[in-house]
Ligand binder design. Sequence first.
Ligand SMILES: Cc1cc2nc3c(=O)[nH]c(=O)nc-3n(C[C@H](O)[C@H](O)[C@H](O)COP(=O)(O)OP(=O)(O)OC[C@H]3O[C@@H](n4cnc5c(N)ncnc54)[C@H](O)[C@@H]3O)c2cc1C
Length: 304
Amino acid sequence: MKDNLLVMKDLQNKLPNLSILLSEPLSKHTFIKTGGNGDIFIKPKDIHELQTIVKYVHTNEIPLTVLGKGTNVIIKDTGIRGVIVSLEKFNHISVNGREIHSGSGANIIDVSRTALSFGLTGLEFACGIPGTVGGALIMNAGAYGGEISEVLISSTIINGSGEIITLREGEFQFGYRNSVFAKENYIIVDAVFRLEEGDPEAIKAKMDENTFLRESKQPLEYPSCGSVFKRPPNYFAGKLIQDSGLQGTRIGGAEVSTKHAGFIVNVDNATSSDYLKLIKHVQKTVKEKFGVDLETEVKIIGDE
Ligand SMILES: Cc1cc2nc3c(=O)[nH]c(=O)nc-3n(C[C@H](O)[C@H](O)[C@H](O)COP(=O)(O)OP(=O)(O)OC[C@H]3O[C@@H](n4cnc5c(N)ncnc54)[C@H](O)[C@@H]3O)c2cc1C
């Protein structure tokens, strides 16, 4: 693989205004505040810059990782090699009749608040999900009976070789916390959501109810990555962990939340290694007690 300085110079020759950070601490970009350094960290400002970066890394066989708000990732303490792209500058949101158009770096919470202010219903479920639109599409994020698959009608992506493609309804292959975007490693550039006209007071009441449920059940006072494990068929991960007596179990600074057993919280300067050891311990204990395999919902990324 090319030397990092050479990659930086090559990219700056192609895109003179591109700002590139070398050895960026990725703990600054994850919700749990852990993770090692990223070799080459870039925040492109538009689709042209993004496409140029993707074509360059494809040609030079350099690994590429996309980060949203880092609310659903654990980045290993050894960090990430190659290029890391943050799409936080792709944060536009606009409304056209019943459709909301947004960049993949916009916060899904802001998109749901925009829907409220235009009296559009369908995104109330997303009002407390702390990630970006890109992360929400990848994960088919959902809560309180709603999920992204119900409202997405199109999305522009860039594939691994740098082609720009627009996907439409019927092409998203949505499943439980899964999508064509995840399966094909597509880079999500933007999204269009189709909503229904609704009563602003009813929309607000639903969002307030969801917020109340979230605040009363989730340990929002600590850094976390949300629900660590997927819901296993016929069970609830949190209940299995609770019934295994694991709440309060701590490794280093990471602790199985005493408020919601499905969350692991960073209570005291945890490292990603603390998180990963605790995840393994929870999986082993639940398997021994109930014979159920817990699969992680959170994405574990990074290199040795
Ligand atoms: C307190 C808390 C509560 C949560 N509640 C919920 C909930 O109710 N429901 C729910 O579904 N989730 C929930 N989550 C998890 C998380 O917020 C969602 O999965 C969110 O959609 C992830 O978005 P993100 O931008 O943070 O993605 P990241 O964590 O940055 O990335 C997640 C994955 O998506 C990829 N990715 C991100 N953006 C792009 C892009 N533009 N193109 C291609 N790939 C991309 C990353 O490479 C990574 O693999 C919660 C998390 C926390 C911390």
